[in-house]
Design a protein around this ligand. Structure first.
Ligand code: ZN
Ligand code: ZN
Ligand code: ZN
Length: 250
């Protein structure tokens, strides 16, 4: 399995517009973060987790003949605003909770009109619950997460779990996160936030799952300079950066 971090940034991206902090001015490409998304290649299939406003830019110069399924975590703009740009991939199956599917229909009514408007994307929405489902023949386990009060989902695919925009999880979800090789989890910054884990919370959470390797994503400019923060992390933990590839079992 190969996971490519297409974007590791929070909803605003980094640099934050008009900000002159040292992170936003950094010349290190690892400090420039597009909106949060990942590509998962497994069993000969390509799954996209979230499709934000930077999707087109993220896929430029990244030949990917097919996107076999799109897994949506929730309906916030930074996770769904790129869906119209899925057009070049033909018929696309999109999976999300009922509320999320409704939001996609509302955002892109012309894609779901009775008479299909020529040239618009062919999207097939699939409503999921919290039980495992198959996306392009790949088994996917949804994980219930809370983004402040909003119930959203993270996804486990085999030995990998991807949990973004999370500030809380119920105890009954931990058994679904056993024996992880890789955990990719939200860590916004180093100070508390109402709807995201801060770094120390993400680290405590990761420890409780027992995941072997941990990668932090959905990072904002207040995390600090990559080259400063990275050395402070334990050996099995890493900050994501855009374009990072995580390989399992090859
Ligand atoms: Zn987000
Ligand atoms: Zn800044
Ligand atoms: Zn969000």
């Amino acid at each position: 399995m190969r996971i490519t971090i297409l974007g590791s940034g929070t909803s605003t991206g980094v640099p934050y517009l008009n900000c002159t902090c040292e992170v936003c001015r950094s010349a290190d490409p690892r400090d420039a973060r597009l909106r949060c998304s990942a590509l998962v290649e497994v069993q000969g299939k390509t799954l996209l987790i979230d499709c934000g406003p930077d999707f087109r830019q993220q896929m430029l110069h990244r030949p990917t003949p097919a996107i076999d399924a799109v897994l949506l975590t929730h309906e916030h703009y930074d996770h769904v605003a790129g869906i119209d740009d899925l057009r070049p991939y033909g018929d696309v199956d999109i999976y999300g909770e009922e509320r999320v599917c409704q939001a996609v229909r509302r955002n892109l009514p012309y894609c779901f009109a009775e008479t299909h408007y020529p040239g618009t994307p062919h999207l097939h929405l699939h409503t999921i619950g919290l039980t495992p489902f198959e996306a392009a023949g790949v088994n996917v386990q949804p994980i219930r997460c809370y983004h402040a009060q909003l119930p959203i989902v993270g996804y486990r695919v085999g030995p990998m779990a991807y949990l973004t925009d999370i500030s809380r999880i119920d105890d009954d979800q931990f058994p679904l996160l056993e024996n992880l090789e890789v955990l990719i989890v939200d860590a916004l910054r180093q100070t508390p936030h109402f709807s995201h884990f801060m770094l120390s919370e993400a680290q405590d959470f990761a420890k409780r799952t027992g995941a072997k390797r941990v990668y932090f994503t959905h990072i904002c400019h207040q995390m600090g300079i990559y080259a400063d923060v990275e050395p402070s992390l334990p050996d099995n933990q890493q900050l994501c950066y855009d374009g990072m590839e995580i390989v399992i079992g090859e």
